[in-house]
Design a protein around this ligand. Structure first.
Ligand code: BV8
Length: 232
């Protein structure tokens, strides 16, 4: 039975109404990355950063998982081999769509982190800069998000899974951000068949064996059906 590793990006949540990063009207068009997605930006203006993530937490709560999220949950439930979803997304649509074997490598909107003692707790809908940590009481609460220059989460687990993958699929990611954009090369080195599912080829599209172009709510259910039918 084949082991499948799936990397997802903002594009899988786009049809749920959640903005992507690099579209003309995307999140980075409205904010400078340095101001809202770096530790320096948070140190410089914590209120701006906390408000940026409060707005995204509200948008995610108002959104619903789409057919692509649900298709990946079906794959995990029905495929005989291992299925791991590694998401760069910080929304909770994969969980709400039914995925369990899931890694949030760039953190999660629904989690808060203490910058002093590294305690984590469920984030309130509205975080305020200087909120106290429920564990050590330091006024050091921050969004549990991996910003630029910070180490993504669970990298050992991710590289181990990629090393054992027979199929690696990247869905709805522009291939601009590392180390995630480098996973396809790692998967190819491990001998996996690599597939890119996107509206258009990504920055690393040429590194994939195959591409499935089209909106994720159409391409992902079709791809999952083909995998389950083939008993891959
Ligand atoms: C780190 C926070 C190391 C969460 C984000 C080489 C190696 C290692 C690092 C680097 C390197 N080169 C440069 C770096 C540094 C940097 C980096 O990659 N910079 C880039 C800009 C060049 N990387 C880092 O800093 C990372 N950290 O490497 O640490 C280290 C080593 C030692 C010690 C300490 C540290 C940290 C990266 C994480 C940064 N955090 N965000 C948040 O706010 O959400 S990144 C941000 O971009 C999001 O996490 C997002 O997930 C990620 C990627 O964006 P995408 O998901 O791809 O979204 P995008 O809008 O770009 O594209 C959407 C795609 O969907 C498009 O292709 C579109 O066509 C498609 N689409 C749209 N609609 C649909 C669709 N597809 C299908 N259907 C549709 N309907």
């Amino acid at each position: 039975m084949s082991n499948i590793v799936i990397l997802t990006g903002a594009g899988i949540s786009a049809e749920s109404g959640i903005e992507t990063f690099r579209a003309e009207t995307g999140l980075w068009a409205q904010h400078r990355v340095e101001d809202v997605a770096t530790p320096e930006g948070f140190a410089c203006n914590p209120e701006l950063v906390v408000d940026f993530y409060n707005a995204r937490r509200a948008a995610a709560a108002a959104a619903a998982p789409n057919a692509a999220h649900k298709a990946l949950a079906r794959l995990e439930a029905e495929h005989k081999g291992k299925v791991l979803v590694v998401t760069q997304n910080v929304d909770d649509l994969h969980e709400r769509g039914g995925s369990c074997n899931l890694v949030h490598m760039h953190g999660a909107l629904n989690s808060a982190l203490c910058a002093t003692c590294e305690h984590r707790w469920t984030a309130p809908m509205e975080m305020r800069a200087g909120d106290a940590c429920p564990s050590c009481n330091a006024a050091a609460a921050r969004p549990d998000i991996v910003w630029f220059g910070e180490m993504p989460y669970q990298m050992d687990l991710i590289f181990e899974a990629i090393g054992e993958a027979d199929i690696f699929a990247a869905i709805g990611t522009s291939g601009n951000v590392y180390p995630a954009a480098g996973f396809v090369a790692e998967a190819a080195r491990a001998g996996a068949h690599t597939l890119e599912i996107n509206l258009e080829p990504s920055a690393v599209g040429a590194q994939f064996d195959k591409a499935l172009l089209g909106p994720a709510t159409k391409t992902v259910p079709a791809w999952v059906e083909s995998i389950l039918r083939a008993g891959a």
